[in-house]
Design a protein around this ligand. Structure first.
Ligand SMILES: Nc1ncnc2c1ncn2[C@@H]1O[C@H](COP(=O)(O)OP(=O)(O)O)[C@@H](O)[C@H]1O
Ligand SMILES: [Mg+2]
Length: 253
């Protein structure tokens, strides 16, 4: 039984379906990447899982129970946390205030900040003064404060330097493994994602073009990149797997 099971989902905006017949799954403890060119329908799929766009047909199950009828807040209570592409932080709040707001004015669980120790030193800093990487850490920490069973992160690496991107992946892997939650990310650095994630779904033109384990997909990466992913897959300045195997970038964030 999967943690998240999306079956034959058709969803979109107002009366316009933009994703059709999309199926995907995420298991507990698994880090899964949703890949695809701009406009492929990745964000719409994530929003459908969180209950934020119209679903026309198909099923969305969390822990085997249908969540189709639940409002976004109910889905959050059921264990879904969604970090949107813009991260939706309040620029004028401090790091501490952001976390406290997420924790219902209580202190955050200690384990949350253990994944992002750098945040511990930024408590009084305003969100507006944080770097992109620090903002992403804060957005992830805020989501983790609710101890999600499914963590969704849209455009995980948007606006981040390649070295920073590389540092987030081992942290996400640890979160999935140690918390036993499923982590579903949209990632533009395909070659980097393929070194860290357990499974990959590739969208194109609003449909699911390919799905498989990372081992199954790796030999197909050039074919998939050429056919579906456009120029965003060219990892010119992103460290390669050879760098990673030397263990230079495994330090966490
Ligand atoms: N608010 C909206 N209203 C209508 N169409 C939209 C809206 N947002 C996105 N779309 C359309 O849905 C399609 C898929 O977009 P999106 O899910 O954002 O793709 P991706 O995240 O893969 O870049 C695009 O053709 C886009 O123009
Ligand atoms: Mg998007």
């Amino acid at each position: 039984m999967s943690l998240l099971e999306v079956r034959r989902l058709t969803a979109g905006y107002a009366s316009v379906p933009v994703v059709r017949d999309v199926s995907l799954s995420v298991e507990r403890g698994e880090l899964v990447a949703l890949l695809g060119a701009n406009g492929a329908g990745k964000t719409t799929t994530l929003l459908a899982i969180s209950g934020l766009v119209s679903v026309y047909s198909g099923e969305i199950r969390l822990d085997a129970g249908s969540i189709a009828g639940l409002a976004p807040a109910q889905r959050a209570r059921a264990g879904i946390q969604h970090v949107p592409e813009d991260r939706s932080l309040f620029p004028s709040l401090t790091v501490d205030e952001t976390i406290r707001l997420a924790c219902g004015a209580r202190r955050p669980p200690k384990w949350v900040l253990e994944y992002f120790p750098a945040l511990g030193e930024l408590g009084g800093r305003r969100v507006a003064a944080l770097s992109g990487g620090e903002q992403q850490m804060l957005a992830l920490a805020r989501a983790l404060c609710r101890d999600p069973s499914l963590l969704i992160v849209d455009e995980m690496s948007l606006g981040l330097a390649p070295l920073v991107v590389n540092a987030f992946f081992p942290v996400l892997r640890r979160i999935a493994a140690e918390r036993g939650c499923g982590v579903l990310i949209v990632e533009q650095h395909v070659h980097v994602a393929l070194r860290w994630v357990d499974r990959v779904h590739v969208m194109a033109g609003g449909t699911m073009a390919a799905s498989g384990t990372t081992d199954e997909m790796r030999p197909r990466i050039d074919e998939l990149a050429g056919a579906y992913l456009g120029e965003r897959t060219v990892p010119s300045s992103v460290p390669t797997s050879a760098d990673n195997e030397k263990g230079e970038n495994d330090e966490g964030v």
